[in-house]
Design a protein around this ligand. Structure first.
Ligand code: BGC
Length: 743
């Protein structure tokens, strides 16, 4: 029965209110006063069976055959149903900007934000929201309406090739930052995902990995990050991951997709698969997967109409479940505003100059000054001879590889194709056109400025010897689909830095890395700036910080180890008998061809700084750490207990420059476990200025997962105020009564 006939029958039967709004005679699904779920429900009832089947599987544009006329190269495409106003879903990766991997859309550029870790390092929700809003605006203008963004897997392993896309090791920081970024994306009336649900904690072997972890620990770590991101960002969709969790593929895990997501969290949007992550029809659909993405990447099209029909006819899947899948997709589409605000069908102009400012602000606020002996930074603009070494700093800044790759405004001055490895088909080592050399020249126009590529340490040292100041740009390229094999800087850059530092004690190191690296030369250099992958205005941001036009204020969202043996896993875990190339795939493969192999996350919820605290070891740089060109003093801290514990204190800028301070509140429970970040605030202060601040402890930092719910155990808690996870400036015990957090 077609929908028009169905509608006529409904009207004749006198049941109009179910489908048509009594006052306006418009279909119920257009009634914006109703909840998205009710509208979605009405739409489902107006759809034909064939239309429903059409929405639950999507094309992978590079391989779709035949290709719909309005499809452009990107990650995904699901044809819409115009007669009901259901939009075609046009999906793009968007972790750091509107992606365009291996320049699949020739000449199409977008604004590239710094890496996720840089955004997380701002400890500033407004900054994350602004980044998301910028990406969403560009996506919409490019006709995309479903953004594969919101990566919030906790950074459990320092060598994870994808850490740069994520938001660090703390579930509260990562969860709230992801929520803000998603909210920013969706403020453009388009859908954002949150991904990769769940425990896609490493890239090498990601399709074969069977993640094992204690249930309580999972609730208090990775799941908590997702829970907070969902609660605050309200993404239209959740992307399930490649890996298995406790034996089931993440996209077939009834426990996760139905038990946790739908049941405990009452999530109403849809679950889409990662690309190439579906392995069955009945098991996946029954577990709670609503949509197969990039279907050409799966071994079979598991959610093809004939397969779902066969499952329904043989009673293995109910028609009601199909309805529910469609309803969830439509709930996400309506809830994000996309249904009521369709995206344009042709590309619209974009204010790239304004968006570049967003990228630059995040870069400036997210860079972390790790070391600054004898105030070697900021540099004097009167320096006469400056030598820059390495990292292609003459032309640009490095970016991370994989599906998040943005082809940024200005193009790619250096782009190196890969000849082997799991990422070879969809990643190239890419620099954004933001030259530190040009930006530094603009700061110190009278200086004699030169660039040496750094491939020959002796030549670099010779060039450095007579300089007033030397800046070495050290790089570590990381990518989706493969983890780095070591935390050491690649290509003998440690030797380069040591040689240059020996030749000239005024050597500053700027790190453009995916995450933590080892620094055997640390004590030989007076200054180190962690610039992450700084995005398409990274060169300008680096120069602003080096010369003091911007006071560094980023704080580490991930601990930096002294050596890899400090970590829960002392080296990357690669499945036995398989080399890392074979064990990985770029999402184009089917993990079921590889034997499943277990990785037990025995650190549980003690991720990152909590691991160091549990083991009583000191990292190289702790979570939350970062220096400034000014200094701050804390005074008069007063802690309160009770149901809503707080600390109130005064903080004063005691130095000569304006700058931001990020006081952090940590709590340790009565179980005497390890401290948890419970609150923070990024505060800007002029020289001499002081302010009274109150940090409230987030109840999720107090709660424990007990007996299937969040409970706050009564007892004596330690509250600590500090500027990083390892230094508690002041500390006090307070009593907190028992409580619960309702789902
Ligand atoms: C990645 C996802 C991405 C998808 C589509 C996968 O390889 O894991 O994060 O959204 O590809 O490009």
């Amino acid at each position: 029965m077609n929908a028009a006939r169905a509608l006529a029958l409904v009207l004749l039967a006198g049941t109009a209110p179910a489908v048509v709004c009594a006052q306006t005679a418009a279909p119920v699904w257009q009634d914006t006063r109703l909840a998205p779920e009710a509208r979605a429900d009405a739409l489902v009832r107006a759809m034909t069976h064939a239309e429903k089947l059409q929405l639950v599987h999507g094309l992978f544009p590079p391989r779709a055959n035949p290709a719909p006329a309005d499809m452009i190269p990107s990650a995904g495409y699901v044809p819409g149903i115009p007669r009901l106003g259901i939009p075609t879903l046009r999906e793009s990766d968007a972790s750091l900007g509107v992606a365009n991997q291996v320049e699949q859309r020739k000449g199409d550029v977008a604004t590239a934000l710094p890496s996720g870790l840089a955004t997380a390092a701002t400890f500033d929700l407004d900054m994350a929201r602004a980044g998301g809003a910028m990406i969403g605006a560009e996506a919409r203008a490019k006709t995309f309406n479903v953004l594969l963004a919101g990566g919030v897997n906790l950074t459990r392993d320092a060598w994870n090739g994808r850490n740069f896309e994520y938001l660090g090791e703390d579930p509260l920081l990562a969860g709230y930052m992801a929520g803000a970024a998603i909210d920013g994306v969706q403020s453009n009336h388009i859908v954002s995902t949150v991904k990769h649900f769940i425990l896609n904690s490493q890239e090498t072997g990601r399709t074969a990995l069977n993640a094992r972890i204690d249930e309580t620990a999972l609730r208090e770590s990775d799941l908590l990050a997702f829970e907070l991101a969902l609660r605050t960002g309200k993404p239209g969709s959740v992307m399930c991951a490649y890996n298995r969790i406790e034996g089931d593929y993440a996209c077939e895990s009834h426990r996760m997709l139905t038990g946790v997501l739908r049941g405990d969290w009452r999530y109403t949007g849809w679950v889409m698969s990662d690309w190439g992550a579906v392995h069955s029809t009945v098991k996946a659909a029954a577990a709670g997967l609503d949509q197969e993405s990039g279907q050409e990447l799966d071994r079979e099209i598991y959610f093809a109409p004939e397969k779902l029909d066969a499952a329904i006819q043989t009673g293995k899947l109910s028609e009601a479940r199909l309805d529910e899948m469609v309803k969830r997709i439509l709930t996400g589409v309506i809830g994000s505003g996309l249904y009521d605000h369709p995206t344009p069908t042709t590309a619209q102009p974009i204010d790239y100059a304004a968006h570049a400012q967003v990228a630059q602000r995040v870069a400036e606020a997210g860079m972390v000054l790790l070391r600054n002996e004898q105030d070697v930074l900021p540099l004097a603009k009167t320096a006469r001879k400056i030598v820059l070494i390495g990292g292609h700093a003459d032309v640009g800044v490095l970016s991370g590889g994989g599906s998040s790759q943005v082809r940024s405004v200005g193009g790619a001055p250096v782009e190196i194709p890969l000849t082997s490895g799991a990422a070879a088909s969809f990643a190239r080592v890419t620099w954004h056109a933001s030259s530190p050399l040009a930006a530094i020249r603009a700061k110190a126009p009278q200086a004699e400025l030169s660039y040496v590529d750094g491939r020959d340490p002796a030549a670099a040292a010779a060039a450095a010897r007579s300089a007033d100041i030397v800046v070495v740009f050290a790089t570590q390229w990381t990518t989706e689909a493969q983890d780095v094999e070591t935390l050491a800087l690649p290509d003998q850059q440690d030797a380069l830095i040591a040689a240059v530092a020996k030749a000239n004690p005024k050597t500053v190191v700027v790190l453009e890395t995916g995450g933590p690296v080892l620094m055997p030369w640390l004590t030989q250099v007076p200054a180190v700036l962690q610039a992450w992958y700084p995005g398409q205005r990274g060169g300008e941001a680096i120069a602003d910080i080096l010369f003091g036009d911007v006071n560094p204020s980023g704080r580490l969202p991930i601990s930096f180890p002294k050596s890899a043996d400090q970590l829960p896993r002392p080296k990357p875990v690669v499945p036995a008998g398989l080399n890392s190339d074979a064990a990985s795939d770029a999402g184009a493969g089917d993990g079921s061809t590889l034997p499943s192999w277990d990785v037990t996350y025995q650190e549980g919820a003690e991720v990152g700084y909590r691991w160091y605290a549990a083991k009583n070891i000191k990292p190289l740089f702790p979570f939350g750490y970062g220096l400034s060109y000014t200094s701050f003093a804390f005074d008069g801290a007063r802690f309160t207990g009770g149901a809503a514990p707080t600390v109130t204190f005064t903080v004063r800028n005691t130095g000569k420059r304006a700058g931001a301070v990020v006081p952090q509140l940590y709590v340790t429970g009565p179980d005497k476990g390890t401290p948890r970040l419970a609150g923070w605030k990024r505060q800007w202060l002029k020289p001499g200025e002081s302010v009274q601040l109150t940090l409230a402890a987030d109840r999720h930092a107090l709660a424990r997962w007990q007996g299937g719910r969040w409970k706050i155990p009564a007892g004596r808690y330690a509250l600590a105020l500090g500027t990083d996870s390892a230094s508690a400036a002041t500390m006090q015990a307070v009593d907190i009564p028992a409580g619960e957090i309702s789902n």
